[in-house]
Design a protein. Sequence first.
Length: 435
Amino acid sequence: MTERTSEVPGFYKRSIAERRAFASEWAGLTEEEARTYEFPPGIDPSMVDRMIENVIGVMPLPLGLATNFRINGRDLLVPMAIEEPSVVAAASNAAKVVRASGGFFAQTTAPMMIGQVQILNVPDPAAARLKVLDRKEELLAAANAKDPALVKAGGGAKDLEVRILPSSRGTMVIVHLLVDARDAGGMNAVNTMCEALAPEFARLTGGKVVLRIISNLAVHRLARARATFRAPLLATETATGPEVVEAILDAYAFAVADPFRCATHNKGIMNGVSAVVIATGNDFRAIESGAHTYAAYIGASHGAVVRPLTTYEKDAEGNLVGTIELPAPVGLIGGATAVHPTARANVKLLGVKTARELGEVLASVGLAQNFAALRALATEGIQRGHMELHARNMAAQAGARPDEVDRVVVRLLADHQVRFDRAKAILEEIRRGPG
């Protein structure tokens, strides 16, 4: 028997069907399992095959609509692509509470991205820094010559910063090229400009240029939002509105004081943010990396390991006021946003015309998601609403038909045993009938 090997010369040259057949044979997939790799209607296989390498299919995520959002006086339906139960419902419910006080008020800074050029073995770093800054206007002009279309749109290289950075490998000179990316994410433009300037940086500093790459810590491209959550609307069966406000403030203080809690606090924010980023075809890994690093970046300025991306306060009337600030390097031009048909449809559905508007949506959704999580944690606990949705998933996985799902869910919740084996047993009992 020939031993299997994952070394497959020319695999990328094979057709999608051939790659899929190879994968099915390799794993011993059933016909039903193999069919899950087939492309759904509306998806052009050739388009997908150009997006990444060695394509065999697609991995669809549930796509839902968050309702009730009003941002800067305008109503929106927000597409969210995510597999986690309760996220879309939580965002919608939080947005409904915020509507009573006028909705979310959001803003963004200019879409400025940072390109980094790393220079090593510089004989006199301080003098080299001044040499680069002295030639700033010429260097910016050379960078902008690489992307006249971006400059014509009002963007382009706008400024230079030079840092002297101690490291375990010696002192480095790091040049930051600040580029206004307009409605693009900016990666291609920024990287191209950094590559173009690298030889001149090496000549001016007498050092060796190594890395030339965009930074995902977009501290100059921020999205902010604020909202008021009226105390009377926060009351539950077991707590008054003012009590809920105080409980949320206590939960927030916990996140400020403890990095273990803060990590989960910020993850909850990104549940909403990343779902919108994915739905619009943007780079959710870049957004996640930038957001969590920014939390550490602002934490350092407060003498902490990390800080929450949100803040909560109480106003003079006793209402809860929430704010959020995070990097939002998203675009509407280029990448999957431009070529993926579902992403294009979602952008149209959302109704945003600029990357800055999309950033305002991200900040608003992140704040809504965080408030919803804190309210649940501080009152009924996070599991109550989540477990009903989880129970539905368990019922479906057990094979329940649509007319059986509700009966299985009721039993799972009543037994406080939301598990696959229990769902399967309940379904078998239902189908056997009485006696």
